[in-house]
Design a protein around this ligand. Structure first.
Ligand code: NAD
Ligand code: WQD
Length: 366
């Protein structure tokens, strides 16, 4: 029995693919749109291998409103969207900000217009902890609650903040319009999910993060060190005010993060909260040295690193206060850093070329 239908933009990407899996396993019909800018359609085979179900897929750029219209036309049952498609590299966003505004902001505008035309009223949006900027400027706001004033510090963060605002204005206006017409307006809802640092892979070892270019996040870089693609990890600064001098982040297992999307969507559908932001994090901070240690343990040997200067734009501490999601969504991150590191290592060992190679034989023959 299908419980609902969801359009997942960016659904072949890292977080999108794991959320598609959670949705398929919860008996949602899943339709993916992605232009494969940073992903591979091999993900569809892996989703089918794990779940026994294959999502429908359209190669589609979200800035192509006509194509989005066609997808909605072909699937009139879609009544929810989970919106991942975006450019996401903080450093690059400073070099080509207009590309970031085009995909992240204009692409979302196209999506919302297309949703409006097709009466699709629930949207779950991939926001980011980056909207808080340097929350350490408010010492009483660490770990960071949703009430923390927003203050992104780079063009990528500005696009996420802008889209949060755009979605809020749109949903509130649709609710008000419906109320003026004597209806409740309850159908229009948005979840603004602010993720902290996603980590890990599927425990089967056949689904994981496979960035197309040079990775810039800590764990994919550590994985490259472990397989010898990179000589050592450069640790960006050991002069922060933390227990070991390195910066603190909240690393959340990708399966917990995906589950967070499922429960947020179910909450929109059953509780009709209007627009609501939720942090998806563990509430537990780990330093860069903690991460090197945890991943080295998973790999079974010490991984080489060298401390260098701080990276521009980095902040001391980005740890979530996840209490709101715990209470309102009944969601809590369950998996540990050790789980994330063990799963990431299994994926890296099994798939040194990422999705560019066949899955292990036992999966094909199973
Ligand atoms: P990802 O790059 O793996 O996934 C994004 C997907 O969007 C990719 O499959 C890419 O091909 C697709 N895409 C890009 N431009 C597109 C376009 N114009 N039209 C259609 N598809 C397009 O990234 P991810 O880590 O899975 O991130 C997913 C979302 O979560 C993004 O919105 C990102 O900003 C947000 N986010 C990510 C992190 C993180 O650390 N990974 C943290 C917070 C928020
Ligand atoms: C983690 C820690 C680095 C690489 C970014 C975005 C954020 C969100 C998640 C999308 C930091 C240190 C890293 C390396 C290192 N993405 N590090 N050596 O910067 O916390 O967050 O991704 O929304 O918006 O800013 O993640 O993985 O890059 O870094 O020492 O080679 O590891 O300094 O302390 P970050 P990260």
């Amino acid at each position: 029995m299908v419980v609902g239908s969801v359009l997942v933009t960016g659904g072949t990407g890292y977080i999108g693919s794991f959320t598609a899996l959670a949705l398929l396993e919860a008996d949602y019909k899943v339709v993916i749109v992605d232009n494969l800018y940073n992903s591979s359609d091999e993900v569809l085979n892996r989703l089918e291998l794990i779940s026994g179900k294959r999502p429908q897929y359209y190669q589609c750029d979200i800035t192509d409103e006509k194509k989005l219209d066609q997808v909605f036309d072909e699937h009139p049952d879609i009544d929810n969207v989970i919106h991942f498609a975006a450019l996401k590299a903080v450093g690059e966003s400073g070099e080509i900000p207009l590309a970031y505004y085009n995909v992240n902001v204009y692409g979302t505008l196209c999506l919302l217009r297309s949703m409006q035309k097709h009466n699709v009223t629930n949207i779950v949006f991939s926001s980011s902890a980056t909207v808080y900027g340097d929350a350490t400027r408010f010492p009483n706001m660490i770990p960071i609650p949703e009430e923390c004033p927003l203050g992104p510090t780079n063009p990528y963060g500005n696009t996420k903040f802008t889209v949060e605002t755009m979605i809020t204005d749109y949903v509130n206006s649709e609710r008000a319009k419906a109320q003026k017409e004597g209806k409740s307006g309850d159908a229009f809802n948005a979840a603004l999910l602010r993720y902290f640092n996603p980590a890990g892979s599927h425990p089967s070892g056949i689904m994981g993060e496979d960035p197309q270019g040079v990775p810039y996040n800590l764990l994919p870089l550590l994985a490259q060190v472990a397989v010898g693609k990179r000589e050592k990890l450069l640790v960006f600064g050991d002069d922060y005010k933390s227990k070991d001098g390195t910066a603190i982040r909240d690393y959340i297992h990708i399966l917990d993060l995906a589950e967070g999307h499922l429960v947020a969507l179910n909450h929109l559908r059953s509780q009709h909260p209007g627009v609501r932001a939720w942090n998806l994090g563990t509430g537990k901070g780990s330093t860069v040295f903690d991460m090197i240690k945890a991943f080295s343990t998973a790999v079974g040997r010490d991984l080489p690193y060298q401390v260098v200067g701080r990276r521009a734009g980095d902040v001391l501490d980005l740890t979530a206060n996840p209490t709101r999601a715990n209470k309102e969504l009944g969601w809590k991150a369950k998996l540990t850093l050790e789980d994330a590191c063990a799963d990431l290592w299994r994926w890296t060992e099994n798939n040194p070329q990422g999705y560019r190679q066949q899955p292990p034989k036992e999966f094909i023959e199973a």
